[in-house]
Design a protein around this ligand. Sequence first.
Ligand SMILES: [Zn+2]
Ligand SMILES: [Zn+2]
Length: 346
Amino acid sequence: MKALVYNGPGKKSLEERPMPQIQMPTDAVVKILKTTICGTDLHILKGDVPTCERGRVLGHEGVGVIEQAGPAVTGLERGDKVLISCITSCGKCENCRKGMYSHCAHGGWILGHKIDGTQAEYVRIPFAETSLYKLPEGVEDEAAVMLSDIFPTGYECGVLNGKIKPGDTVAIIGSGPIGLAVLLTAQFYTPAQIIMVDVDNKRLEVAKSLGATHIINAGDEQAVEKILELTEGKGVDAAVEAVGIPASFVMCEDIVAPGGVIANVGVHGSKVDLHLEDLWSQNITITTRLVDTVTTPMLLKTVQAKKIIPTKLITHRFSLDEIITAYEVFGKAAETNALKVIINAG
Ligand SMILES: [Zn+2]
Ligand SMILES: [Zn+2]
């Protein structure tokens, strides 16, 4: 089968690989129909994720059809169409029993990281029953791919951790796919203002079309002042960091209102200044989280009911044979205006 393989920092190739086999009775092999590329895959390619070894098939998102289910798998059978969660969970360990699947003792984020992933024709999924979701009627394949990672990430790490409530003022720093997923799912709660911040005006225009009440270019030296002005000087109830660089986290510190929340979503590769000399008395909360994907079943229902349309984030489509080009397009988003790219593997 064909698969996209990480060959060390800066190197990747589309290679011929042996078909994945069932290794444990709880495994399933899934034939991939559609997958996508995540910002995290770009981090791996930069060499930012040393736990990902050379030779690894990348990808932790996708939709496919069960090709083979291990003997201990119940409730799923050959031919079932499934959403592949970016988080693998055994469902039985202490952290899984708490609903913290991201820190499953036997799983967590392993797909396309510690075990071979979904940017391939087939993938082996451990703990298939608790790591796959049968696709409900009325949910398109492409919409479901958006629910493998970015929608539960935006919703759990941004909206739930940000404690977004009706009438709140919210600022989302970063208008990439994750920031936009926060924007769409924040609207479940009817906040009064959603201010989107990014350096890319095209992405800000997309945010406006998806429900942002205000857009601010982070390159503007007055960006912080403008956000404060929009909130009558008080700051925002929830500041969601969806970039993963020090400047955007510090911006959250500058704009959070007393009693507010800074919800970090971004993947940070370097340390960030925490201005406790200003914040110690401000009753704020800072949250971090790796997505648990506990909300995937709920999000599937909202997609089924057309309460959110995740396919609005898809800008490009490629075949698996074109995946190297897809990486180029996704990696040069400022030039190509790429948000999510769909890879058709089936
Ligand atoms: Zn991801
Ligand atoms: Zn577990």
